[in-house]
Design a protein around this ligand. Structure first.
Ligand SMILES: Cc1cc2nc3c(=O)[nH]c(=O)nc-3n(C[C@H](O)[C@H](O)[C@H](O)COP(=O)(O)O)c2cc1C
Length: 357
């Protein structure tokens, strides 16, 4: 791609290299059906977006206990690994130049409902505090169930689920995994003091609230290598009812703890109009940093030229524009995303957004 934009230049980081700096952000699209096995339609969707400098998959359930939505894909069986392998293979076939493809792993924690779970149990969370959030479930729109506060045994088992899913991702051909520690899901619930009111070693002080997240990161790093592990955070957003009384302190401490662990990258969601915690994270974390939320071409270019970040991820723009890097290079107009087809459905609004001729 010929362009003077830094956004379109290649990137060589300590543990990640990309052919350009336009990243496809992770986006849940709920199209894996009841089997939760990635399918050929999903392979088409990701392959259409193969020119991203780094592709990140939608959030993938690490175990049946992690489920909080209909139609999200999983990575906890041989069939699921095979399903994802066809997606990764399709992306590789579509790439003119190699670019990494990471699998985002999540556990929804308290953002779940008993009707979504085969055994009818509630979600697990650091503390038994119900999320004030309505969920789309087989029994209609309902408030998330009161979660079960995780025991030490639950914590150990869940870490094992992350490790197994990460190994499955590598077996499917992904270059690594991005641990979703943002948007109010399980890892974020442990980090934030509004959702983590534990009195054992996994709560209380900032160090206590970081502990579970660091244990997951270290266990997964040990299993697949730290350069195949990335982390996504959303310090200030209150998605899914999460809140923290001092996100600056919590997330700067996390960034400091992650520095030196040899991770692939850290991915921060914070509005491009008011990125207040991101500069402190940038200072504390010496590895590759990706920023996200509301960026367009100009703002992304600015983030890179000013040194705020190394790479910029695009969610809705990539959803609606499969050839986004080329459109940035040519200054071409952009397709508008259709929010009505974001979550669930079939081909319309998924694989029928046109690329440039
Ligand atoms: C349809 C849709 C699904 C999303 N699913 C996820 C997800 O699975 N994991 C995640 O970390 N963020 C998810 N997000 C958030 C995006 O990754 C991104 O942070 C958000 O869209 C803001 O970036 P943008 O302004 O470039 O769209 C989703 C966003 C959208 C629009």
């Amino acid at each position: 791609m010929t362009s003077d934009l830094k956004l379109l230049s290649s990137y060589e980081g300590p543990a990640l290299s990309t052919p350009n700096r336009v990243v496809m952000a992770p986006m849940t699209r709920n199209r894996a059906g009841e089997s939760r096995v990635a399918n050929p339609m999903m392979a088409t969707y990701y392959a259409q977006r193969a020119t991203a400098g780094l592709l990140i998959s939608e959030s993938v359930d690490v175990s049946p206990e992690a489920i909080g939505y209909p139609g999200t894909p999983g990575l906890y069986s041989a069939e699921m690994v095979a399903g994802w392998k066809q997606v990764v293979d399709a992306v590789r076939d579509a790439q003119d130049e190699p670019a990494p493809f990471f699998c985002q792993l999540f556990h929804t924690g308290r953002v779940s409902h008993t009707s979504l779970r085969a055994d009818g149990t509630p979600g697990h969370a650091p503390s038994a505090i119900q999320a004030d959030v309505q969920l789309y479930t087989p029994v209609g729109m309902v408030q998330a169930s009161v979660p079960k506060a995780m025991t030490g045994e639950d914590i150990t088992r869940t870490i094992g689920h992350y490790v197994a899913a990460a190994e499955g991702a590598v077996a499917a051909g992904f270059d690594g995994v991005e641990l979703n520690a943002g948007n109010g899901y399980l890892l974020h619930q442990f980090l934030a003091d509004g959702t983590n009111q534990r009195t054992d070693g996994y709560g209380g002080s900032v160090d206590g609230r970081l502990r579970f997240v660091l244990e997951v990161i270290d266990a997964v790093s040990e299993a697949i290598g730290p350069d195949k592990v990335a982390v996504r955070v959303s310090p200030v957003n209150t998605t899914n009812g999460v809140s923290d009384s001092d996100p600056h302190a919590t997330f700067t401490a996390l960034a400091e703890a992650l520095d030196g662990r040899g991770l692939a990258y850290l991915h921060v969601i914070e509005s491009c109009d008011s990125a207040t915690v991101t500069p402190a994270i940038r200072e504390a974390f010496g590895g590759t940093l990706i920023v996200n939320d509301g960026y367009d071409c100009d703002r992304g270019e600015h983030a890179i030229t000013t040194g705020l970040a190394d790479l910029v991820s695009y969610g809705r723009m990539f959803l609606a524009n499969p050839d986004l890097p080329r459109r940035f290079a040519e200054g071409a107009s952009l397709n508008e995303p259709d929010a009505a087809t974001f979550y669930g459905g079939a081909e319309p609004g998924y694989i029928d957004y046109p690329a440039l001729d």
